[in-house]
Ligand binder design. Structure first.
Ligand code: ADP
Length: 383
């Protein structure tokens, strides 16, 4: 009996101890499980933070604007790759780094600060640096500076202003002449003088209309970059351009000779544009030659390119001007060109046509001996 009681008691004790141990074990397992889950969550959270930070850094490195972030004390914490070029600074670029530091310090005081920094290069560059505080719901997160390269927008703006100024100037001269001539004509009683004045009125009116034609042609060609291309026989282009240039050539007694191959040379092109380019080259060759000095136009195939060459034995172009003659309104000798009626748009038109066709325009010239202009265009896909 006693033995049975002892056995029962032992079993009870074992069960109780077992249950307690089991509960302890469960607690331990649960705690372990929850720690593991917390660790996992932390790890995942950490991965996500690292991932979005990498994404942010890569995005900031991809933009063509400098970004520099600083803490509330103005200490630089981050630079994107565009901004880094100014910290590995040589020469002038150090100016940008200095401007960034100063503007960040100003922004740390709570205001927006900005400045243009000019680097004299070469190449000359102009940068716009601005800085502002980073604040959210009253909390100060430091400041950020942005660096923009404004060289190109500034260049375009200057070009636009020059263009408008040049047009106004070019138009004002014949307009002024017209008004003066009309005034004199109104009171002129001598029919012979009146007729001379009327002829000058006509000449100025033609000059005005030539300027307008050149302007319209240039603007049309500039906006016509992707115009329809069709197979064009270069011989046709030359003969169209010749019939436009011949009247002036005959008037000036400048003979035009041609050397065209027997076979048609075909190019994928805009016929009107090509004709305009060749006409401008011919017109210049005639305009800048003395009477009886011949102008020669020839075409040839060079690999996959068709070349049109216009050669004259005229005044020639000094070497220092040869780079610039393709700019709008550029003229080598303003006094001579004015009497010849040019405005400096012809070669700008030619260059534009060449670029529109994936081609190029070259010049070789010797002062006093003459010039050779070569317009080269790829033949393009033949159909
Ligand atoms: P323009 O209307 O003055 O002829 P262009 O753009 O056609 O303008 O030419 C620019 C300048 O280049 C001319 O003013 C002239 O000084 C020079 N030029 C162009 N073609 C010739 C040439 N064949 N011979 C000499 N000078 C030329």
């Amino acid at each position: 009996m006693i033995v049975a009681l002892v056995v029962v008691a032992a079993v009870v004790v074992l069960v109780v101890v077992g249950a307690v141990a089991w509960r302890e074990h469960r607690h331990f397992v649960d705690a372990e499980e929850s720690r593991r889950r917390d660790d996992e969550l932390h790890r995942r959270h950490g991965d996500e933070v690292a991932e979005s930070e990498a994404r942010l850094r890569l995005s900031l490195d991809a933009i063509t604007q400098g970004v520099v972030m600083a803490d509330a004390e103005g200490n630089v914490l981050y630079l994107n790759s565009y901004a880094r070029q100014f910290t590995e600074a040589r020469h002038g670029e150090a100016l940008v780094e200095a401007a960034v530091a100063e503007l960040l310090a100003e922004a740390a005081q709570g205001g927006v600060a900005e400045r243009e920094v000019e680097l004299f290069g070469p190449p000359r560059r102009c940068l716009f640096v601005s800085a502002m505080p980073l604040k959210l719901e009253g909390r100060n997160y430091g400041s950020v500076a942005l660096i923009d390269d404004i060289t190109e927008p500034q260049r375009l703006d200057a070009m636009r202003r020059d263009f408008v100024a040049n047009i106004s100037h070019e138009l004002r001269t014949p307009m002024g002449a017209l008004s003066l001539l009309a005034e004199t004509l109104a009171t002129e009683t001598d029919p012979e003088v009146a007729s001379r004045l009327a002829m000058r009125v006509q000449a100025e009116a033609i000059r005005l209309s030539d300027i307008m034609d050149d302007l319209l042609e240039l603007s049309r060609i500039e906006s016509d970059e992707a115009s329809e291309r069709a197979p064009v026989a270069i011989q046709h282009v030359i003969s169209d351009a010749l019939s436009r240039a011949r009247p002036t050539a005959e008037e000036k007694d400048v003979p035009i000779e041609t050397a065209l191959p027997a076979l048609d040379l075909m190019v994928q092109a805009d016929r009107r544009q090509l004709t305009s380019a060749v006409f401008n080259l011919l017109e210049n060759a005639v305009k800048y030659s003395e009477a009886t000095c011949p102008v020669r136009v020839m075409t040839r195939l060079e690999g996959d390119w068709v070349e049109v060459e216009v050669r004259d034995q005229g005044y020639g172009i000094p070497l220092r001007h040869q780079e610039r003659i393709f700019e709008r309104f550029y003229q080598v000798d303003q006094s001579r060109e004015r009497t010849d009626g040019g405005v400096g748009l012809g070669l700008a038109i030619v260059r534009h046509v060449a670029t529109n066709h994936g081609g190029e325009i070259r010049v070789e010239s010797t002062e006093g001996e003459g010039s050779t202009f070569t317009l080269a265009v790829p033949i393009g896909a033949q159909s």
